[in-house]
Design a protein around this ligand. Structure first.
Ligand code: NAD
Ligand code: MLT
Length: 524
């Protein structure tokens, strides 16, 4: 059974999803030291935003196959390091968008009407209405920086409040913005024109201190800023100074550079509303997040393609049925190619033919690389790190798609270029099962699973019997056998599928036979 460690609280709905399928340990108050000490016992780790899943923790997690982030931002996870170790990272990005958007609108209204300050005033026995004169948000301009899932939900709600919405996001099209009644502008224009600026970008290198002293100077003097994204997006010192100097009117902050924000310059100024990272803290969002991350973790552990994978190849939902058995075939073709060819391979060609020509071929490329590399690396090779390792090792390949293929609906071909010529390994999928149809130039048909034996030999009477006898002597049971040959009594290839592993001494005894040139035993 898979072992899953949950290192921060997730909703009961998510937990229920996991306990039926895995052995789950919930240790939501675990210290970093204890986490480092036990992480090697787990296949999966689930965290929220407080646990720093850095290179040290990832290296200690020698058994880890998946890291689940119960939420959106993955800035607390060293995704690059996880990728290098072949660990898939999944998150739950769609489940808390509305919760964060509603919070951002709440903060806009709180700034407009001084709600937290007014509440504190009355709670302390005060009753001054003049002190808390507010402004309507209707007709005011809201500037969004980052117009992805959350930005779009904020825009919808702000439009309902009759605000004008402008946005800066380098990848959003004008059409998409228009559909939501939003006008796109440059980041400087958004800052200069908005009464309210709300941030909805991820924390990445290009957004770190995106809002700094010089950008704050562009804002209108009565404007305010809302940050329910990530702390590092704003230079906190610069913001505190801009508000203290009266350059802008105030701010509402949900996320901080350091959490909790001990000694933050943002604390203590009554013009700055500070709340403890509450964006995703709704019952509804937490339930959905828990279920989404649990499903993603189980999918990754069971070899399915998770819906929200941060660092894994994407297969369009409509292509999953077609592509999945071909990825199994691709790994097998790669392993057989490397297991059989012993001369230097200068480059590879990956050919996607027939029904594969119009599908997502990215996962097939990755599976071919995974198969080619897994027999030649001590590192654990997965779909996540195979492309990086192939690049590091200088593995050269090209790709071709052919719309037509004879006899089969689709064909995946791996061509290895060597000094002696091009050596071809190809296969297809029949009734959802992968089959090899050409092995190193010989026409054969077999399922590439389990223990296999290949013999390159001269076609002579008695050869099949001889191979059977030697395998029998080594207590290896044969489940199927076929021969591909170029011409009678010429060079041939025997393919045997076996119930047992072939010991090295049996391979050696086969190779001692006068008409057997080579014998190769592989386990797929
Ligand atoms: P998303 O990926 O759907 O949208 C992010 C958008 O930011 C993308 O469209 C991207 O193009 C844009 N972007 C990236 N760099 C930019 C830049 N330099 N300038 C302008 N736009 C840029 O993500 P989302 O679901 O909308 O979430 C956004 C962020 O909100 C998350 O990354 C996370 O850090 C934060 N978040 C916070 C909470 C919370 O509790 N406060 C909860 C969820 C998410
Ligand atoms: C997120 O990115 O989803 C948020 O920070 C929410 C959280 O982890 O609580």
């Amino acid at each position: 059974m898979h072992r899953i460690l949950i290192a921060e609280p997730i909703a009961d709905e998510g937990l229920a999803h996991l306990v039926d399928a895995a052995d789950v340990d919930v240790k939501s108050t675990i210290t970093r030291q204890d986490l480092l000490a036990i992480i090697d016992q787990y296949d999966a780790l689930i965290v929220r935003s407080a646990t720093k899943v850095d290179a040290e923790l990832i290296a200690a997690g020698t058994r880890l196959r998946v890291i689940g982030r119960a939420g959106t931002g993955v800035d607390n996870i060293d995704v690059e390091s996880a990728t290098r170790h072949g660990i898939i990272v999944v998150n739950a990005p769609a489940s808390n968008s509305v919760a964060v958007a509603e919070l951002a609108i709440g903060l806009i209204l709180s700034l407009a009407r001084h709600l937290p300050q007014a509440h504190a005033h009355v709670a302390a026995g005060g009753w001054s209405r003049a002190k808390f004169m507010g402004r309507e948000v209707r007709g005011k301009t809201l500037g969004l920086i980052g117009f992805g899932r959350i930005g779009a939900e904020v825009a919808r709600r702000a439009r309902a409040l009759e605000m004008d919405v402008i946005a800066y996001d380098p990848i959003v099209s004008t059409e998409r913005a228009q559909q939501l009644g939003v006008t796109l502008a440059s980041v400087d224009d958004v800052l200069a024109k908005s009464d309210y600026v709300s941030l909805h970008v991820p924390l990445v290198d290009s957004t770190r201190h995106l809002i700094n002293a010089s950008r704050l100077k562009l804002m209108k003097s009565g404007a305010v800023i809302i940050n329910a994204a990530r702390g590092g997006v704003i230079d906190e010192q610069a913001l505190a100074e801009a508000i203290a100097a009266g350059q802008i009117a105030g701010a509402a902050i949900d996320a901080y550079e350091k959490e909790p924000p001990v000694n933050s310059p943002l604390l203590g100024d009554p013009r700055i509303i500070t709340i403890p990272h509450l964006g995703a803290s709704t019952v509804e969002a937490q339930a959905m997040t828990g279920v989404d991350v649990a499903q993603g973790v189980l999918d990754a552990l069971d070899g399915r393609s998770p819906r929200y994978a941060v660092n894994a190849p994407y297969i369009a939902p409509e292509d999953v049925g077609l592509v999945t058995p071909y990825t199994t075939l691709a790994k097998s073709l790669g392993k057989m190619c490397i297991g059989i060819i012993k001369e230097p391979i200068t480059r590879y060609e990956f050919v996607y033919a027939g029904e594969l020509a119009t599908t997502s071929t990215g996962p097939l490329r990755i599976a071919l690389l995974q198969g080619l590399l897994s027999g030649v690396s001590e590192q654990r090779i997965t779909a996540i790190n195979a492309p990086i390792i192939a690049k590091e090792r200088g593995l050269r390949f090209s790709e071709t798609t052919l719309p037509e293929v004879e006899n089969y609906a689709g064909m995946l071909e791996l061509r290895a270029h060597t000094a002696s010529g091009v050596r071809v390994f190809s296969g297809t999928v029949l009734r959802d099962k992968p089959y090899v149809v050409e092995l190193d130039g010989y026409w054969v048909t077999f399922e590439p699973v389990g223990s296999l034996l290949f013999t390159y030999h001269r076609d002579r009477p008695g050869m099949i019997g001889r191979v059977g006898t030697l395998l029998g002597a080594g207590d290896v049971n044969i489940s199927s056998m076929q021969v591909g040959r170029l011409a009678p009594r010429e060079q041939s290839l025997m393919v045997l599928t076996l119930d047992d592993f072939v010991p090295a001494e049996v391979v050696a005894s086969l190779e001692r036979e006068s008409h057997i040139e080579r014998a190769v035993a592989l386990v797929l």
